[in-house]
Structure formats: structure tokens, C-alpha cells
Design a protein around this ligand. Structure first.
Ligand code: HEC
Length: 168
């Protein structure tokens, strides 16, 4: 797997170099393979605001700045970026619509593995309000976020940051 990535990376670099170099000087060196797909660009603030507006109510009126601040409570244990590592808790990219306890490479508690539901905003809201009572036996040592507005802002933030598409 790794060598494939490296090879396609080199091909992409070569394509780039060929594109930038003086035209016609190296006709034989152009790679024949298609260049690798470019990495997904980071969302701009304007794009994030546009995604926010597509969220179902009440999350469409969430405050992304406040949500980001609330995520400070989570980031000692969770990364949120696409392909981010697992820490004490699993990477959260794409968590909405994902079956609970199913992120590859993370060792979940039996409670979360057996939960059998998909994460949506309502489930996450209940989980974040009080993980212990929502799913007894889970291993997330987090006391809960009691402030409802902060949970809304946080959920809106996570949705926008983790690849939410309307309808999910
Ligand atoms: C002290 C570390 C810690 C903190 C802080 C923490 N978590 Fe977790 N989280 C975990 C662990 C560990 C698990 C896996 C629990 C299990 O297997 O029972 C988890 C699981 C989850 C899951 C389920 C993921 C899945 O794939 O099913 C979600 C969603 C989640 N956390 C969100 C959050 C959010 C949002 C915050 C911040 C408000 C937060 N967590 C704070 C450690 C933490």
C-alpha cells in the first residue's frame, strides 16, 4: 500500500515538474500513468458557513467558533481531521452515519461494539450530555457537557469539520 502511495506521489511530482518546466525540452520524460488525485482541499471559512446553513435545524444556527472552543474538551482524546490518528479515543472524521464502535483500528469497549446504532445528531447529543448513562459500560471517561447550547454548537462544528453532506 505504502509503496503505491509513494509511487503515485512521485508520478504526481514528475507531472508537476513536467508541467512547470520549459515546454518541449523533455518530450520523453512525461509519465504515462495518470497523475494521482489531488488531496481534498481544506474548507475555507466561507465554505464552512455554507455547509452550516445546510444542516438540519437547530444545528444550522450553531456557532462554529463556540463549537471549536467546546471541542477543546475532546481533543486530548480525539482527532477530527480526515485520516487523523486514534488517540485515547477514535478519530471522529465521518462519525455521522457511521455505526457506533466501528472505526477501523480502534479497540472499543464491548458496550460500544454492541451498541448497534448509527451516530446521528440526536444520539451524539445524548452521548455528550452524559456518556455514562447513555451507554453504560463504555470507556469514554468524559463527565458530559451539560450546556445544551454548547452541545449544539459542538455538534454543528463536528458536522461541518467531518465531511457532512446534506441528508446524512
Ligand atoms: C478522556 C478521553 C476522552 C475525552 C475527553 C472524550 N472522549 Fe470520546 N471517546 C473516548 C474513548 C476512549 C472512546 C471509546 C469508548 C468505548 O470504546 O467505550 C470514545 C468514543 C467516542 C465516540 C464514539 C465513536 C465511535 O466510533 O463510535 C464519540 C462520537 C466521541 N467519543 C465523541 C467525543 C466528543 C465530541 C468529545 C468532547 C466533548 C469526547 N468524545 C471526549 C475518549 C474520550
Amino acid at each position: 500500500m505504502r509503496s503505491v502511495f509513494v509511487a503515485s506521489g512521485i508520478a504526481a511530482l514528475a507531472a508537476l515538474a513536467a508541467a512547470c518546466g520549459p515546454t518541449g525540452s523533455e518530450p520523453a520524460s512525461a509519465p504515462s500513468s495518470a497523475p494521482a488525485a489531488p488531496p481534498a482541499p481544506k474548507l475555507t471559512d466561507a465554505e464552512k458557513t455554507a455547509i452550516l446553513a445546510t444542516l438540519p435545524a437547530p444545528y444550522n444556527t450553531g456557532d462554529l467558533t463556540a463549537g471549536k472552543q467546546a471541542f477543546a474538551l475532546c481533543q486530548s482524546c480525539h482527532t477530527i481531521a480526515e485520516g487523523g490518528p486514534n488517540k485515547t479515543g477514535p478519530n471522529l472524521y465521518g462519525v455521522f452515519g457511521r455505526v457506533a464502535g466501528a472505526h477501523e483500528g480502534f479497540k472499543y469497549s464491548d458496550a460500544l461494539k454492541a451498541a448497534g446504532f448509527k451516530w446521528d445528531a440526536e444520539k451524539l447529543d445524548a452521548w455528550l450530555a452524559n456518556p455514562k448513562t447513555f451507554l453504560p459500560g463504555n470507556r469514554m471517561t468524559f463527565v458530559g457537557l451539560k450546556d445544551e447550547q454548547k452541545r449544539r454548537d459542538l455538534i454543528a462544528y463536528i458536522k461541518v469539520e467531518t465531511g457532512y453532506k446534506p441528508g446524512e
